[in-house]
Design a protein around this ligand. Structure first.
Ligand code: ATR
Length: 515
């Protein structure tokens, strides 16, 4: 009888320059994982197979080898993270070793081992893995970003091809800590580093600039293998991660919350269109002190400022344009060449530009509903353009105060039926998704040619429906979002904004959100 000879082991080598993004693939069966990998590999040939998600990892190898043989161009990482370390694998360290060795033998070029597993492993098992594939030694901290040095010291006791240090960001500044750590260590070692969590998202993009060999992305929304992970597609198409380098300027929208913001999609599209080497991030700042520390340390070239910091930020700036100073709020910050921070209010352009493209503002009669930050931008901006401005607010005293400050007129609900306007602007939050409060104006009181709603989500607000029923022309809230962003782009880049491209992105995002 002739003994079966196993095929010779043919190692597949690592490319000299790794792709920037490794997309993690999960699934309970090998078939599901392979199907997912097939759908990704053309756009993103660097894939992590999370073998710990499989119900029976031992039985997956034939199917996985089929995929590997069919895709010689793919760069593949096998991970079988144990439940103790945040993964799903419930077997022993010895069986984790067996799985990873088998993975390497069928062609995975990289394997991941958690520091904890390495410590529990027999030295000969560790060596066995190292002989078969490039090794990523990893450490995950699900609580915070501390003791990075200490962790790294423990990791360095094991020889590895890459050291992956992952922490959790509890503040924006934790990203700075991670990036400084990466900068310090990546000269001598091949590092991978990022912060998990919503506040850590910026490290997933800027980490590669600070020395992380690559970063991780999810295959699809809902299939994240770590908190805060974004999809590989978003890393490529929105953030252009392949192009992020030390010369890339960093901008962002800062607020609390910011996860819902459409600005990253809109502004990154504008930077891409105009070939500006810049990236625009969502900065979830739970305090202004945290935000300002990041602005200084990252450093950040410009900010879009949103709730609740538009007013408070003014005192942290070196100078503010006069209209922003009068409004008392600033939604745009630029770091000038002298390093100083200057504040602008482009909400004014967000209100003015959609109106100017339709009517002559000088002498136009315009009713503004509300007396908050958005209303202040509208009232002061419209007064500057020579409009006759009327203010109505739920809390009368606040409306009267704004009218007095801006030399506008204050009106009451009782007067509305008898008054006619060219435009009514809703600058209150009435009609926002989930809002159940009574409308600030009744249909019978809407006597104007145009109705402009600053609320853009949902697209068809209750007030817009009322205005349509009354036969008014409607200006949707996304136009304000678009034009305030366009003006920001101009301030930051000195170039005209690619408004059409920005509009396409905003409308697509709104349609997808509403779908
Ligand atoms: P923003 O910066 O977005 O303008 P803000 O400063 O909190 O937000 O101001 C919200 C404005 O919307 C206020 O004028 C508020 O009226 P009050 O002064 O009476 O609070 C107004 N507002 C919010 N919800 C409203 C509603 N359901 N009906 C009428 N006015 C509303």
């Amino acid at each position: 009888m002739i003994a079966k000879v196993p095929p010779p082991f043919l190692p597949r080598f690592l490319p000299t320059r790794l792709p920037r993004v490794c997309v993690a693939v999960v699934g309970t069966s090998a078939a599901a994982m392979v199907e997912k990998a097939e759908s990704i590999v053309r756009d993103n040939p660097f894939i992590e197979f999370r073998l710990d998600y499989l119900t029976e990892p031992d039985k997956a190898f034939t199917k996985l080898k089929g995929f590997i043989d069919f895709h010689p161009e793919a760069l593949l990482l096998a991970t079988c993270r144990r439940a103790l370390n945040g993964g799903k694998y419930r077997g022993s360290v010895a069986s984790e070793v067996d799985i990873l060795v088998k993975a390497a033998q069928i062609g995975f070029q990289l394997v991941d081992i958690e520091l904890e597993s390495a410590r529990k492993m027999k030295p000969e098992d560790f060596e066995r893995i190292r002989r078969q594939a490039a090794l990523i030694l990893s450490s995950h901290d699900y609580e915070g970003t501390s003791d990075l040095e200490d962790t790294f010291k423990k990791m360095r006791a094991f020889p590895a091809d890459f050291y992956k240090v992952v922490s959790t960001a509890n503040s924006l500044h934790d990203n700075v800590t991670m990036m400084k750590f990466l900068e310090a260590k990546s000269d001598q070692n091949s590092m991978i580093g990022l912060c998990m969590g919503e506040q850590g998202i910026i490290s997933r993009i800027l980490g590669v600039r600070a020395g992380s060999a690559f970063t991780f992305g999810a295959a699809l929304p809902g299939e994240e293998t770590g908190p805060g992970q974004i999809t590989g597609r978003t890393l490529h198409s929105t953030y252009r991660i392949e192009q992020v380098d030390t010369a890339t300027r960093v901008y962002g929208v800062a607020g609390d919350p910011v996860a819902q913001s459409l600005s990253p999609q809109m502004m990154n599209a504008a930077f891409r269109r105009e070939s500006v080497n810049a990236v625009y991030l969502a900065l979830h700042a739970t305090s202004l002190a945290d935000l300002m520390a990041c602005v200084r340390d990252i450093p950040i070239h410009g900010l879009s400022v949103t709730l609740p910091y538009k007013e408070q930020i003014v005192q942290h700036l070196d100078n503010t344009e006069p209209v922003a100073a009068r409004i008392g709020a600033c939604n745009t910050v630029i770091r000038a060449q002298d390093g100083k921070l200057y504040g602008f209010n482009t909400d004014v352009a967000g209100v003015i530009r959609p109106l100017e493209s339709r009517i002559t503002l000088s002498g136009a009669r315009i009713l503004v509903l509300g007396a908050g930050g958005a209303a202040r931008a509208a009232v002061f901006g419209l007064k500057e353009r020579g409009a006759e401005v009327f203010v109505l607010n739920r809390t009368a005293a606040a409306g009267q105060k704004l009218a007095r400050q801006a030399h506008a007129k204050s009106v009451t609900r009782q007067q509305l039926k008898k008054l006619k306007f060219d435009v009514i602007i809703n600058a209150t939050s009435s009609g926002m998704e989930g809002d159940k409060t009574p409308a600030p104006i009744a249909e019978a009181e809407m006597n104007a040619a145009y109705f402009f709603d600053m609320v853009y989500s949902p697209a068809e607000t209750r007030l817009i429906q009322m205005a349509r029923a009354r036969g008014m022309q409607v200006i949707p809230g996304w136009e304000m979002l678009l034009h305030q962003g366009a003006r920001q782009f101009e301030i930051w880049s000195g170039k005209p904004a690619p408004v059409e491209d920005m509009q396409r992105v905003v409308l697509h995002a709104l349609q997808t959100a509403g779908a």
